[in-house]
Design a protein around this ligand. Structure first.
Ligand SMILES: *Cc1c(COP(=O)(O)O)cnc(C)c1O
Length: 494
């Protein structure tokens, strides 16, 4: 049985393994579960489990065709000893809210939760499909994805990974994270240009390979670590359950009470995982979508019109600087009850005209659960400083966007349900901005900023970031955008 379907045509069905291996459906749609009735998790089933057990359980419900033993091995190998704590994603009480820390993994950003498992899921999917080709992951990154993917795929047998980053488009610490990456199967290369140049370059390589099939001729298949892959979405469902169990255990709620989640999102991936959890039976109150100045999702949730024709802002929360939220397509599919024609039509309009209006039925489904707001940089800096002053909790700019939007939500709705704010990065990944928010003097580079922030706050910088400054640089490649295809072909030995 095939339980996944493309968002753009009912004929494109897939098993979970096929969906993970292919990444995107041949018609350009995204593989999505058609039915959640056989994916329910009861309260009794997860409230007393460990973090790793909850991860296994949520994956087992989502990935039909993967056995419990397989998933258990994948979770163990992917997470064990790689996160700071066996608790994986701790919850901290801050003021009258709860902060879910998703940045305790190897690269100090929430993408570790999914990218620690993706390589194991992709290689297991390949084995299930009987494919023998080596998998070569190509990724363009604006910062966080690249390092998390490198770390995840480093020395995984049967895989190689090539990461392109914009030469001047990532922070000092993000660059140091990537250029010091060890591993026999990894390549890291700067591109002369911005993130869009790197991203378009990668897309052209995929398109060219689709046409000319040069990779397959060499026994290689190209794949991406992009967040539209089901293998990145499914592992994110876990921490909604984990946070809920934590609140019950500490007596903050009773089993069955609704909990709100505030999610700093750009691509709509993280918050969509929350919607999956809700459809799987987790008592979710509201899902609060938090954006920065690139507030295309705020406008969409409030008006039903998605309009990307607007200026692009570079903000202090760069991982959410996105105007095309790819994973919203999956929500349109779910909320319209599988109206593939409607979804395909919206996506065509978005592509051709830059704007679409969602069917009213979608918005009617969306409104009772979703709420949306945004915070621009000035509000973000003010929030970081205030939360530090009032609660002694140091947060990064992405988390501060969410905290600020939570305050707006409470002020407007008087909602009193327990609320979890998802924290997606360590403040030390963005030390310069956090220093600035606290009104402290600017420093010469990212590492000096890290020292100054630690000296001023006493919050310890993660060892994995602090130690980067003494690690040897292993990757110095830098190419023009036009040279990217040749670089990839050399890297894979074509
Ligand atoms: C990627 C990222 C986000 C946004 O995630 P979505 O997949 O767009 O929901 C938020 N914060 C940080 C730090 C990130 O790296």
């Amino acid at each position: 049985m095939k339980f996944y379907q493309s968002t753009r045509s009912a004929a494109e069905q897939a098993t979970a393994a096929e969906a993970i291996f292919r990444g995107i459906a041949p018609d350009g749609g995204l593989y999505t579960p058609t039915d959640f009735s056989n994916r329910q998790i009861l309260l009794d089933e997860f409230l007393n489990l460990s973090a790793a057990q909850i991860a296994e359980l949520t994956l087992a419900r989502l990935l039909d065709g993967f056995s419990g033993a397989e998933l258990s091995a994948i979770v163990r190998e992917g997470y064990a000893k790689k996160f700071e704590t066996d608790d994986l994603t701790p919850v901290k009480d801050v003021g009258n809210a709860h902060v879910l820390e998703l940045f305790r993994g190897p690269t100090c950003a929430f993408k570790d939760v999914a990218l620690s498992l993706l390589p194991l899921l992709v290689t297991k999917a390949r084995d299930k499909l009987g494919v023998k080709d080596e998998i070569v992951i190509l990724t363009a990154t604006s910062g966080d994805t690249g390092k998390a993917a490198l770390q995840g795929f480093c020395d995984v047998p049967g895989t190689r990974i090539v990461v392109f980053y914009p030469e001047d488009g990532v922070s000092d610490v993000q660059k140091a994270q990537m250029v010091t990456q060890p591993g026999e199967n990894v390549r890291v290369c700067a591109v002369k240009g911005n993130f869009d140049d790197a991203q378009t370059g990668v897309k052209q390589i995929f398109a060219d390979d689709l046409k000319n099939r040069w990779a397959a001729k060499r026994g290689v298949c190209l794949s991406s670590a992009n967040s539209i892959n089901l293998g990145r979405l499914a592992p994110q469902v876990f921490y909604y359950y984990k946070a809920y169990a934590d609140l019950v255990r500490r007596g903050a709620i009773r089993a069955g009470d609704p909990v709100n989640f505030v999610v700093p999102t750009g691509n709509f991936g993280d918050i969509l995982a929350g919607e999956f959890a809700r459809r799987m039976g987790l008592p979710v109150g509201r899902l609060i979508c938090a954006s920065n100045a690139n507030n295309v999702l705020t406008d969409f949730i409030r008006t039903g019109v998605y309009d990307r024709r607007r200026p692009f802002h570079k903000t202090a929360s760069p991982s959410m600087d996105i105007l095309v939220s790819s994973n919203l397509e999956r929500y349109l599919f779910l909320a319209s009850g599988g109206d593939v024609q409607g979804v395909a039509d919206c996506m065509r309009r978005l592509n051709e005209e830059g704007v679409y209006a969602a069917p009213e039925a979608v918005m009617q489904t969306m409104r009772p659960t979703f709420w949306a707001g945004y915070a621009a940089d000035a509000a973000v800096y003010e929030t970081i400083a205030r939360v530090w002053r009032e609660h002694g909790y140091l947060m990064d700019p992405h988390t501060a966007v969410a905290w600020n939007v939570m305050e707006q939500f409470r002020a407007e709705t008087n909602d009193t349900a327990a609320t979890v704010v998802l924290s997606t990065a360590s403040p030390y990944k963005f030390s310069a901005d956090v220093l600035r928010a606290l009104g402290l003097p600017a420093q010469a580079d990212g590492f000096a900023a890290m020292d100054a922030l630690q000296a001023a706050t006493g919050v310890p910088a993660p060892e994995r970031l602090a130690s980067l400054r003494t690690m040897p640089v292993r990757h110095r490649d830098c190419v023009e955008k036009a040279e990217m295809p040749v670089y990839v072909q050399r890297a894979v030995g074509v």
